[in-house]
Each structure stands twice: as C-alpha cells, then as structure tokens.
Design a protein around this ligand. Structure first.
Ligand SMILES: [Zn+2]
Length: 112
C-alpha cells in the first residue's frame, strides 16, 4: 500500500542519522475522504516494516476532518465526508482545506 511505503521511506531517512533506537512512534494523519482505514494502514505497515527490518515501531493514526469555508454565508464547517454544497446554506461556492489524504506529522525516536 502506498501510504505504508511512504512511512517506510521517511523512517529510512530518519534512521540513517540515528541507528540506535529503542522504539519509534510515527504520528500519522489520515484525511477524511480516504478509503484507507487505520486498521488496514496498520497491517500494511506491519508487513512492510517487518520485511524492511524495522522493529518496535508504533503507528499513532489520527483521522482528520476537513474544513469548508463557504463563500456565501462566510461560515466554516468541519466535514468528515465529501459534500456537494455548504451544510449550512446549501451554496456550492466554497473552499475546502485540510483535505490531504495522508500525512506524516512527526516521527519520534527513543534512543536505546
Ligand atoms: Zn454557506
């Protein structure tokens, strides 16, 4: 799975600098519109990380909400699924933010 592979790439970059670690915590954010569930991401990641020789890596996965800002009623609303119009006034003139599918917020390495 692409998301899991992306985490591994980031981990490899980090680990290059500090090979001696006790455990690693990866803070991941899943966007509201992705079909990837935390469970499927976790199991895909476990598979790849084992193959790549990473141990003691914990994924902390958070599901994010997107925000729409309506240009008509000027209000901001959080949404967790795609919408065709503003939930408040129904206008289809709005901007969406925070809708990224996936992002790695931080990687915390505990030295051994
Ligand atoms: Zn509106």
């Amino acid at each position: 799975m692409w998301f899991a592979g992306k985490i591994i790439v980031l981990l490899k970059e980090k680990i290059k600098k500090s090979k001696d670690y006790k455990h690693i915590r990866v803070n991941v954010i899943l966007g509201p519109f992705t079909h990837v569930t935390p469970e499927s991401l976790r199991s895909a990641f476990m598979l790849i990380s084992e193959k790549e020789g990473f141990g003691n890596v914990r994924l902390n996965i958070q599901k994010n909400k997107a925000k729409i800002k309506c240009r008509k009623c000027k209000k901001s609303v959080e949404i967790s699924a795609p919408v065709a119009g503003c939930p408040l006034c129904g206008a289809d003139d709005f901007d969406i933010s925070d809708a990224e599918e996936f992002s790695v917020q931080s990687i915390e390495i505990t030295q051994g």
